[in-house]
Every structure is written in structure tokens, then in C-alpha cells.
Design a protein around this ligand. Sequence first.
Ligand SMILES: Nc1ncnc2c1ncn2[C@@H]1O[C@H](COP(=O)(O)OP(=O)(O)OP(=O)(O)O)[C@@H](O)[C@H]1O
Length: 331
Amino acid sequence: MGEVQEPVLEIEDLSVAYVTNAGLVHAVSDVNLTVRRGEIVGLVGESGSGKSTMAYAIMRLLRGDAVVTKGRVRVLGQDVYALSEKELRSFRWSKMSMVFQSAMSALNPVMTVETQIIDTLLAHRPDLSRAQARERAQELLDLVRIDRKHLNSYPHELSGGMRQRVVIAIAIALNPALVIMDEPTTALDVVVQRSILDEIRRIQAQVGFAILFVSHDFSLVAELASRVAIMYAGRIVELTPSHLLHLSERHHPYTEGLLKAIPQLTAEEVTIQGIGGYPPDLQDLPPGCAFHPRCPYAMDICTRVRPAQVQAGEKLLECHLFQGAEVNTHV
Ligand SMILES: Nc1ncnc2c1ncn2[C@@H]1O[C@H](COP(=O)(O)OP(=O)(O)OP(=O)(O)O)[C@@H](O)[C@H]1O
């Protein structure tokens, strides 16, 4: 690895809850995470673990019923929650942007590709002439490898994969330092999914923005990202370099469960071992470690005391099995 790059995203002690009639749903709890310039970090976890809530919280796009109860989000050193609404509008897309799961809902069905890209550019860069914006729109289509003739196409005239490429082109139009991708390939079939991933990797290497890549697909994230954050019940229970993500390494028992759940192809059969039990109720989290009711290694202390974050080699973990490893003070 080369020199350490400056952080583009710093999440400190972030907690987010949804306010419901039945009480608070603790969707994200005490999250710490740093993403550095040009880095790809994956965020994985089962459905409902809080991944999307975290992504929206970073973008300050949470809906009205969600509140940041604690912590801070900084992008390029700027506290995202300290910006005025006006400042936020120009900060989004120019410094940080997001690729959503559904390209169809991200694109305007009654506007051509060219108009959508140009409008995004001009909304943030009023200094650009229309001709300059058009030129940039062409460059962006070249970058995502879509024929320029599609500048005049409407979203419904494009395939799902092409639409997602257009969404990526719009997300990177203003050269943001950070792009959050929330399940960007989930709606696509496996072959198209693969080509979009290759495309993301290629463009990222060429342009150099950092990516926080959110997905429930563990093997896909491990392949794309250099580090992976594993989320369970709103907490990052493990943060590990992806090259260490295999069963011969010691992991958080939840990570171990996810690794065992990846289909293993042997000569005779495909074996999958799921994780028993269900994720906890986020309104009524179990005491101690939230994973203890499902954990095959649970000890008495796990039912009572929430584990502190510890550093074990290159990994950060929240698990009593690793207590005694060096206590982490810096993420
Ligand atoms: N508006 C809401 N009101 C109450 N609870 C909510 C609301 N939106 C989400 N939640 C809850 O917050 C938790 C985290 O949801 P979130 O969508 O962030 O998880 P996720 O890991 O992204 O899941 P998925 O992969 O299914 O999108 C879930 O338990 C969900 O039920």
C-alpha cells in the first residue's frame, strides 16, 4: 500500500433513530468510519441492519421521521450538518454524491439524458456555458461507455444497465470526492451487474473518487472494496481489510456466519450454512452484545456488557472474544 491519503469521509459516533408511535427505532448506533481519498469501502449487513439509513445520513437526505441523535459526519473536513440548506444543495453532487438502487426513480422519465446531465451541471456550475456543459455531458457518456447518440434518448429507451451508467455519469458529473453507492446493481440481472461493477472499478481508478459501496452481497463487496465494514443491528461490528475476509482468519462471529453463508462449491455439492435466528428488534435491543442471542460462542458477559471496539491486527471488532487485544482509540 502507498502513502496514507487524507480522509474524505469521517463518521464519528453517529447514531440515527426513526421516531415512530411505538417509540424510537435505533437504526444506526455509535458508528465510526473513515473513508480516505480514492478508497473503496464496502458496507455490508443483512436487510434492516441500517446500511441505507447510514448512507442517507451521510448525504443528509434522511426523511422527516429520522433523527440524528448523536455524532458527526464530515466530508472533506466539512461538518455536513453544519451547512445551511443553500450550502448543502451546492455541497451535494459537487463534493459528495449518491447512486441509488433504482436508476428509474433517479432519472426523470420525460427528460433526455443530455438535458438531465446538463441541468445537473448548470445547477451547480452557473459559470459554465451551455456549450461547455454539453461538451462535459459528452465526455461523461464516453467515460461510462455509452454511445454519444444516446444523449438524445429518454430513460425508457435505454436498457437497465445503460440507465444505471447514466446515473453514475450524473453522480460523478461534478467530480465529487465521495460517491455513495447504495445497492447500485441489485435491480440488474447478474451479467449486467458484473459489467456495471467492472465499469465502476474502471471509472473509479481513472477518476479517483472514493466510494462507500453499500450492499447485502458479501462476496461482491469483498471483491470490489479494499476494506469492508460489517453492520449488525445498526453497529459496525467489524471493519476489516477485504483480503482478510476468509474463514481461515478469525472474525466477529457474525462475519464468520456471513462467510459460511456464501455458497461453497465442492466437487459433489453446494453447501450453504445460514446464521440461525433473526436480527433483533431495533426498538428493544437485547442487553450486552446485540448478536449474542444468535452467537454460537456467546459467553455470560455477552448477555450483559456491550463489547468495546478493539483492534486485532488489521481488524477492528466489537466482540468480547477479542477483548485483551489492543483497545482501539483511533478509527
Ligand atoms: N421510516 C421508518 N420508520 C421506522 N423504522 C424504519 C424506517 N425506515 C427504516 N426503518 C427501520 O430501520 C432499520 C434500518 O433500515 P435500513 O433501510 O437502513 O436497513 P438496510 O440495512 O439498508 O436494509 P435493506 O438492505 O433492506 O435496505 C430497519 O429495521 C428498518 O425497519
